[in-house]
Design a protein around this ligand. Structure first.
Ligand code: TRP
Ligand code: SF4
Length: 333
């Protein structure tokens, strides 16, 4: 049997500097998927505007940051299509058409919508675009007929919704234009920040790709651990420790086993445990940070990559939209 290449699409919002949550939660997967599949990786600037609309001054700097991050992490512009969402206007057209048939109730019950509205109090998120965020995300994915979507755990509901919208579209139009996209979770489903909550710029608990060796070391040395280990002699539980979650992402299996035993028996202290982790984080993150810095300095190269990516993405998106317009009887001839 011929092993047909699958289509992959993912998007990253340009809302700030990239941190190790992006690197191990998504970018590692972007890179591993590109060898065997047909991959499209997008800097989703319209999505960023759903929350940054009133203050878009830094948007272009963040677009550059994210595009540089993709390439620095190992996404190869010769193998994958790297593009900016707003360069492909077809996403907006498909979003509009999908919005006609997406029930409001489906959007109002999206957990990320409810959570963000509750958590983010310094911005007004009672706007129409923010509610429609997952519909735009669905358009991003299905316009490339993507089968796989590398994302973190927090995006599972959006993917479920995308499949529901696809089924509804097919039911209403009597077509079967789109595959039902599936999430491809990374090994690091959830990357903890320095305070144990999910790593996020808005929590101020992130290790950034461009942090220096000293900054990364200091952040990890002060990172919270299992609260049971008040004194050095108190045993802990690695399953309740965010530092150990990072061990699982960065350290070798033997080191993980040794640290876990040492923790449970109070054989080692948290400082010793962190000393094992830190070199691994530095080894992976510092070279990526260096490349991000250098890529950002070479704006022409990045622009060329994004311009070429837009052309390739547009070609696929335009052809899908042709089918969609027919399905919705939008063609006069
Ligand atoms: N919602 C995603 C996030 O916050 C970003 C995103 C937008 C996306 N469009 C996408 C992810 C399409 C995967 C596929 O991480
Ligand atoms: Fe966490 Fe390691 Fe300390 Fe145990 S020893 S609580 S795993 S940092």
């Amino acid at each position: 049997m011929v092993n047909e290449k699958k289509r992959v699409l993912s998007g990253t919002q340009p809302t700030g500097r990239l941190h190790i949550g992006h690197l191990v939660g998504a970018l590692r997967n972007y890179v591993s998927l590109q060898e065997e599949n047909n991959c499209f990786y997008s800097v989703v600037d319209w999505h960023a505007l759903t929350s940054m609309y009133s203050d878009p001054g830094k948007l272009q700097a963040y677009v550059t940051e994210v595009a540089a991050g993709f390439i620095a992490a190992g996404v190869d512009p010769e193998k994958s299509v790297i593009f900016v969402q707003s360069d492909v206007k077809e996403h907006a057209e498909l979003h509009l058409l999908l919005s006609m048939m997406t029930p409001l109730a489906w959007l109002e019950r999206v957990p990320t919508y409810k959570e963000k509205k509750a958590q983010i109090t310094d911005k007004d998120l009672s706007n129409y675009g923010f509610l429609g965020y997952p519909v735009l995300q669905t358009a991003d994915i299905i316009i490339y007929k993507a089968n796989l979507v590398p994302v973190g755990e927090d995006q599972l509901y959006h993917l479920e919704l995308a499949r529901e919208i696809v089924r509804r579209f097919h039911h209403i139009t009597g077509t079967s234009i789109f595959p039902e996209p599936e999430a491809k979770l990374t090994v690091a489903r959830r990357v903890p920040g320095l305070d144990g909550r999910k790593m996020s710029k808005s929590y101020g608990n992130a290790i950034y790709l461009e942090d220096t060796e000293e900054e990364i070391t200091k952040k990890l040395l002060t990172m919270v651990t299992d609260t049971r280990r008040v004194r050095r002699t108190d045993p802990g539980d690695p399953d309740d420790c965010p530092v150990f979650d990072l061990h699982k992402i960065f350290s070798t299996p033997t080191e993980q086993a040794d640290c876990a035993t040492g923790c449970r028996t109070a054989g080692i202290g948290c400082f010793d445990c962190k000393k094992v982790l830190i070199p691994h984080v530095l080894e992976e993150v510092l070279p990526v940070g260096d490349r991000v810095k250098r890529l950002k300095e070479d704006g022409d190269y990045l622009n060329d990559v994004l311009d070429a990516g837009a052309i390739k993405a547009r070609e696929v998106a335009a052809s899908t939209m042709d089918e969609v317009r027919s399905a919705m009887n939008l063609k006069r001839h």
